[in-house]
Ligand binder design. Structure first.
Ligand code: 13P
Ligand code: SF4
Length: 361
């Protein structure tokens, strides 16, 4: 069931490639590059496969390996850097990416790389954040369908209306939001620093958008009154207290760590809560015998490769938007340099102010 729902997701949903009729099918790009599964490719990629063999079945490797080889060649030729969010699948995360991390880390790392092209393997708001911090660089996302239910829940005009209804109240915006929403914001935050950002503001009331659950989790820990928005992460809102309690009962000694986009009731059941990178660091530092990461499917796979002594209990809620990114469309994105993220200069400048206020804090 796990493999049906997760590993085969792109194929079942026909999401492994973009249906852009003006572009060669990615398998034809492999033909153009003269790359196919054979003894040479098997030998060249054997070290990589050794690394990920615990999470990628050997039957899949002959399919992935030619794409991995082609992407790594093209990446060098074009002086490109690949950024991968912690929710990307292991063949992307461990085999073709140069920089890995949570949404903000990726954008910040993008400012440091000396590449002509940056390929963002994540969702659109992440590519936009990278662009906002790197307006002089070419930021590319392999699929325009990689959205986010939180970012889609609110537009710039909604923030303008909220400010009109609540004059003088500062607006804190979670980075899971579009550039035009960030542009109307006083200060951004991530799931790791949201409480610190809220407490830093000189006001008893704060507007916190768009994640209602993250806002509720912060409201439990601050004295400030929080005005919320009804945005939800469609992945994390699926987890229930009953489910978490059942895992605790059936898996004696399990440590449970949850992303703060989960409901406050679920976060209360957890031993630790933090951003995706904070969760990864927690596992690496604490090396629990058994852990349950209450978040997107691929995280456990990716972390398990680097923490062989930890046993992962794997509930599988996948983010369909993250799963829009595949080796196939990464190859096309490098070959055609599509799809470039473009942001209006004025929106980018104002959005940058709110991101920088957070970074400076
Ligand atoms: P992080 O910033 O913690 O990586 O979260 C991004 C995200 O989309 C979580 O669902
Ligand atoms: Fe958005 Fe949730 Fe997917 Fe993260 S996991 S990208 S918040 S829908």
């Amino acid at each position: 069931f796990y493999y049906q729902k997760y590993r085969l997701w792109p194929f079942i949903m026909d999401k492994s490639v973009d249906n852009n009729i003006n572009q060669l099918h990615p398998s034809k790009i492999l033909d153009e590059m003269g790359i196919a599964w054979n003894d040479t490719i098997e030998k060249k990629t054997s070290q990589l496969y050794k690394k990920v063999s615990s999470v990628i079945p050997d039957i899949e490797w002959p399919y992935f390996a030619p794409y991995i080889e082609a992407i790594n060649i093209l990446k060098k030729e074009k002086n490109a850097t690949i950024l991968a969010h912690n929710y990307q699948t292991p063949e992307i995360y461990h085999c073709v990416s140069d920089v890995r991390g949570d949404s903000l880390q990726l954008a910040k790392e993008a400012t440091k790389v000396d590449s002509d092209i940056i390929i963002q393997c994540g969702v659109y708001f992440m590519a936009e954040t990278s662009k906002i911090l790197n307006m002089d660089k070419k930021i590319i996302i392999p699929s325009l369908d990689a959205g986010c239910s939180l970012a889609a829940s609110i537009k710039g005009q909604d923030v303008i209306d909220l400010k009109r209804e609540n004059p003088g109240i500062p607006v804190v915006t979670y980075v899971n939001s579009s550039a035009d929403v960030k542009a109307e914001t006083d200060i951004c935050c991530t799931s790791s620093n949201a409480l610190e950002v809220v407490n830093s503001l000189d006001s008893d009331k704060v507007i916190f958008i768009p994640d209602e659950y993250l806002a509720m989790n912060i409201a439990k820990e601050t004295k400030k009154e929080i005005i919320m928005w009804k945005g939800r992460c469609e992945v994390h809102e699926e987890f229930t207290v009953e489910e978490i309690r059942e895992y605790r009962e059936n898996e004696p000694g399990v440590k449970i760590i949850a992303h703060p986009e989960c409901s406050p009731e679920v976060v209360d059941e957890a031993d630790f809560s933090g951003s995706t990178s904070a969760m990864i660091n927690w596992v690496k530092t604490n090396q629990p015998h058994k852990v349950l990461m209450v978040t997107e499917c691929s995280m456990s796979d990716n972390v398990s490769v680097e923490t062989p002594n930890v046993n992962f209990v794997r509930p599988c809620n996948l983010c369909p938007h993250m799963k829009e990114i595949s080796l196939e469309n990464i190859l096309s994105s490098l070959w055609y340099e599509t799809y470039e993220v473009i942001i209006d200069d004025d929106i980018a400048r104002r959005a940058l102010n709110s991101v920088n206020r957070m970074i400076n804090l």
